[in-house]
Design a protein around this ligand. Sequence first.
Ligand code: SF4
Ligand code: SF4
Length: 98
Amino acid sequence: MNANAKVEEKLFQNRYRVDSGRPHIRIKDEELCATQCGTQQCTICCPAGCYTLEGNGRVVLITDGCLECGTCRIICNDFRNVAWEYPRGGYGVLFKFG
Ligand code: SF4
Ligand code: SF4
């Protein structure tokens, strides 16, 4: 068993309560991701795999399972294209292992 598998096993222990219709992270301008960003590092750095790079260069964000680590906001610092806030109380990730 490698280290990644262990991390994934631990992540699997977390529970995530989706706040339907109220994502706590938003891409402000999807066109900018596709045409100006170039590196699209959010698709590589997000530990929960919330950002997906599509074949046409577009980036899709699905916040289910987000760990609220804030990495995507920091990695997008050049463009500041990620609107990020903590979920409402009672929603979001519930950590089982801290
Ligand atoms: S890093 Fe920022 S600008 Fe680049 S693809 Fe991700 S959200 Fe878009
Ligand atoms: S806050 Fe962390 S886990 Fe959530 S989408 Fe951003 S990088 Fe991924």
